[in-house]
Design a protein around this ligand. Structure first.
Ligand code: F6R
Length: 609
């Protein structure tokens, strides 16, 4: 988490880094700060809260700088406070530093430095970095940084300025991204390429332990032996992505409503209707032979993990390949067994989730398997480290809770499952039928979105409860997990997704008039079973809101409220059902006056373990 943005060039650095920082605000918004150099001294400003607070203060002060580093924070070490906000300094205030990541051994280093006489001002691990670098500084800044880096344990990215080196920003990446954007007479640094969008598309990615010394007229990169190295500039494709809210009150609502289009984008040029299969350009060259895949291991976190969980049902049902779905942070420390001919699928909207990247790196180090990733961000760390990446083409997802990325992930995973299935047991006719059902999905999503007003009415009624169950079976089980997560994260209401058949093994004890169930009843194969489970809920006076499709009648008599959606096949029902749970979460959060686009304590890109 945390976002870093820096600029050196002909324009006012303050305005530019604030704009860049706003695009990184999804990485954290506990506090924000900026540092630069003026007349041989460090100039800085930091404020608790969002970037707009910092911006206001800088405007009032009319601060102008030709070089600046800036930071938006998601607190790890130390509460969100002005003292703990970045930039941090060495004890003598010779350098100012911003940091993303965690220094795991900061306590030992801090104790050692304190014993040597360093006095600390904050509770952060960042201030330790500043003082370690200062300790080794003898006039050559890259050498001091190189001397300090081996002492720092953890994953981090750093940017710093030093008063003896006017006109220069030093940037370092270690398992946490820093991209340098190069333009005519100006250079940017950023935690991701997306924040560079309007500045430049010519970029240099810093690899681990490389040090960039950046000024307007040159960019020098040093390796860990203090040798200058050459790095290629890459040109990113400009996607012309739009990042305004338009007429919507929140990005989250806009992104929910974008889904008919984002689902079309995910399908675009990937459907081979004549052959009843799918096609991903370039995939075959990189993943030599999908025919020989015997097992699939899916790695992801949060909503992306839910998409992977849905995919496990899909791939096993259609392609008959065993699938293991793992939460990346658990998988990393599991000493897992990866069998031969396993294909790893790493799913991450941002492509920057630390745990997923670390799990992938470990598998690559062990040469354990080929890595296919599914991401929304070109140039992301995950995309660069995978053998092949399928992009969502969903456009930037700004709302912190993932909505359109989830449904795009489901579409891509369905198409991939179809391809594997067609290589194995599925005949062309079955493949064509699957594509027929998929092609209807965007219009079906539009028709659900037209019910937004009536879902908002239902949400008003349910906003009064403090605890929810989301119940479903088969494809609807992972869909329940996603529905419950959405409600939790944007409305702060406790919600638990559960397989409906498991309720009687314990959780049914919690059912009463005060605990409603959102019943996801769109899985035809298990419909009668969930009806029985709902009878058990009703018998204990639990209020029930059911999501059912047009073909289902039976449930209306036993539930309190019903939301009807168009009918599709079971394996695609998670997409349609999720549109409803997203709207429900959104309108409940809205009713409660919660901060929807940037929920408290969260960040969109989770770049720490
Ligand atoms: C929930 C949400 C998170 C992310 C998770 C993984 O709405 O957004 O649970 O899904 O942090 O992020 P990515 O997909 O970027 O790896």
């Amino acid at each position: 988490m945390c976002g870093i943005f820096g600029y050196v060039g002909k324009n006012n650095a303050v305005a530019i880094v604030i704009e860049g920082l706003k695009k990184l605000e999804y990485r954290g918004y506990d506090s924000a700060g900026i540092a630069g150099l003026k007349d041989g001294e460090i100039v800085f400003c930091k404020e608790v809260g969002k970037i707009s607070v910092l911006e206001k203060v800088l405007l009032e002060k009319k601060t102008v700088l030709d070089l600046a580093i800036a930071h938006t924070r998601w607190a790890t070490h130390g509460i969100p406070s002005e003292n703990n906000a970045h930039p941090h300094f060495d004890m003598n205030r010779s350098l100012a530093l911003v940091h993303n990541g965690i220094i795991e051994n900061y306590a030992e280093l801090k104790a050692q430095l304190s014993a040597e006489g360093v006095v600390f001002q904050s509770d952060t691990d960042t201030e330790v970095i500043a003082n370690v670098i200062a300790k080794y500084y003898r006039g050559n800044l890259p050498e001091a940084v190189n001397a300090a880096l081996p002492l720092l344990k953890g994953a981090y990215a750093i940017a710093l300025v030093h008063k003896d080196h006017p006109g220069k920003i030093i940037a370092v990446a270690n398992q946490s991204p820093i991209v340098i954007g190069v333009s005519q007479g100006e250079v940017f640094i950023s935690s991701d390429t997306h924040a560079l969008a309007s500045g430049t598309r010519d970029v240099i990615f810093l690899s681990d332990n490389e040090i960039g010394v950046i000024s307007t007229d040159k960019i020098e990169i040093f390796n860990c032996h203090n040798e200058q190295i050459e790095k290629q500039t890459e040109t990113l494709k400009y996607s012309g992505e739009e990042v305004s809210k338009g007429d919507y009150e929140h990005f989250t609502l806009k992104e929910i409503f974008e889904q008919p289009q984002t689902i079309r984008n995910a399908c675009s040029s990937r459907l081979m209707e004549e052959y009843g299969t799918s096609f991903f350009e370039g995939l075959a060259e990189h993943l030599a032979d999908l025919h020989t895949v015997e097992r699939i291991l899916i790695l992801a976190c949060g909503t992306s993990w839910h998409a992977g969980f849905v995919a496990s049902y899909l791939i096993e049902e259609y392609a008959r390949i065993p699938v293991q779905v793992e939460i990346s942070s658990e998988f990393r420390y599991k000493n897992a067994i990866v069998a031969q001919n396993t294909l790893v699928i790493a799913i991450s909207q941002s492509g920057e989730t630390a745990d997923t990247i670390a799990a992938v790196r470990e598998l690559k180090r062990a040469k354990a398997a080929k890595i296919l990733s599914i991401s929304n961000v070109q140039g992301s760390t995950l995309a660069r480290e995978s053998d092949f990446t399928i992009f969502l083409h969903a456009g930037p997802e700004i709302g912190v809770c993932s909505t359109k990325a989830f449904t795009s992930q489901l579409v891509i995973l369905s198409l991939f499952a179809l391809q594997l299935a067609r290589m194995r047991h599925m005949n062309i006719e079955e493949g064509r039928q699957f594509l027929e059902a998929l092609k209807k999905i965007p219009d079906q999503v539009s028709s659900i979105l037209k019910q937004a007003d009536s879902i908002a009415q239902i949400a008003k009624k349910y906003a009064q409860y403090n605890n929810f169950f989301f119940l479903g079976r088969q494809y609807m089980y992972p869909t329940c997990l996603e529905g419950a997560l959405k409600l939790k994260e944007i409305s702060y209401i406790n919600a638990v997704g559960y397989p409906a058949g498991e309720m009687k093994h314990g959780p049914i004890a919690l059912i009463n008039e005060e605990c409603p169930t959102v019943a996801l009843c769109t899985n035809h194969k298990t419909f009668d079973k969930i009806v029985s489970n709902l009878m058990e809920v009703k018998a204990r006076k639990g209020p029930i809101l059911a999501i059912i499709d047009e073909s289902q009648e039976k449930v209306s008599a036993i539930v309190d409220d019903v939301i009807r959606i168009p009918q599709t096949i079971d394996s695609l029902a998670p997409i349609l059902t999720t549109i409803v749970t997203q709207l429900l979460a959104y309108f409940i959060a809205h009713e409660l006056g919660a901060e929807i686009d940037q929920p408290k304590n969260l960040a969109k890109s989770v770049t720490v373990e």
